[in-house]
Design a protein around this ligand. Structure first.
Ligand code: R5P
Length: 234
């Protein structure tokens, strides 16, 4: 199975969680895009759902393929969010934000009763950090914020190169909110919760890509088929 076929297979498996009348969080990225396309086929066949997109890119795709959209402010919470991830660990912690959509993704996931993550086997890690951690920062004072991130990382036992993400056309990448992204190459995140707690205390940090306690199910597509991992109830 090709990498793209695995993403499609994971997205197709997530359709099993969708029920008529649901309000859905629609993730961002190449795997989540497959979910939006496959969901559109169900909508065309009569499924009644409404989605809240986590990025302008997902909103554009959803409109193109015919998934009805609403805003988070127009509904009283979401039933289910289906989204991709850049990494997941055995505790269902995630790194997200490779596409820069982490802020809206986290807001939407936080307002959802359930988050199903669609991935392929390349995203499974014993410990987070091989994928650089995206940290969204305000443009104002971005360099000072980067220094504060380095200090917070040091205090929590993490170190590595911190770089502003570049836009494809040059200059700094900006998110849908007009913020910058710092990519932190920690390689090994030994204490995700301590790092997350330290990052949110920095004034210029808008949000970070550590998703701790959000995912309840991870669907993993591999060359041998689909595996569904369910987080044990507390
Ligand atoms: O900002 C982007 C999101 O967090 C994506 O869900 C994540 O980067 C995974 O994307 P993909 O499915 O393209 O690997």
């Amino acid at each position: 199975m090709s990498a793209d076929a695995m993403k499609r297979a994971a997205a197709a498996a997530a359709l099993d969680f969708v029920e008529p009348g649901m309000r859905l969080g629609l993730g961002t990225g190449s795997t989540a895009a497959w979910f939006v396309r496959l969901l559109a086929e169900k909508v065309t066949a009569g499924l009644d759902v409404v989605g809240v997109p986590t990025s302008e890119a997902t909103a554009t795709l959803a409109r193109e393929v015919g998934v009805p959209l609403t805003s988070l402010d127009a509904v009283a919470g979401l039933d289910l969010t289906v989204d991709g991830a850049d990494e997941f660990d055995p505790d269902f912690n995630l790194i997200k934000g490779g596409g820069g959509a982490l802020l809206r993704e986290k807001i939407v996931a936080a307002d959802s009763r359930r988050m199903v993550v669609i991935t392929d086997e390349s995203k499974a890690v014993a410990r987070l950090g091989a994928f650089p951690l995206p940290i969204e920062v305000t443009s104002f004072g971005a360099v000072a914020t980067l220094r504060a991130i380095a200090e917070a990382a040091r205090r929590t036992g993490h170190a590595g190169a911190l770089t502003f993400r570049a836009a494809p056309g040059g200059g700094r990448f900006t998110t849908d909110q007009g913020n910058a992204i710092v990519d932190a190459s920690f390689r090994q995140i030994s204490d995700p919760q301590a790092l997350a707690d330290a990052l949110v205390r920095i004034p210029g940090v808008v949000e970070h890509g550590l998703f701790i306690g959000y995912a309840s199910t991870v669907i993993v597509a591999g060359r041998d088929g689909i595996r569904r991992l369910d987080k044990p109830a507390n």
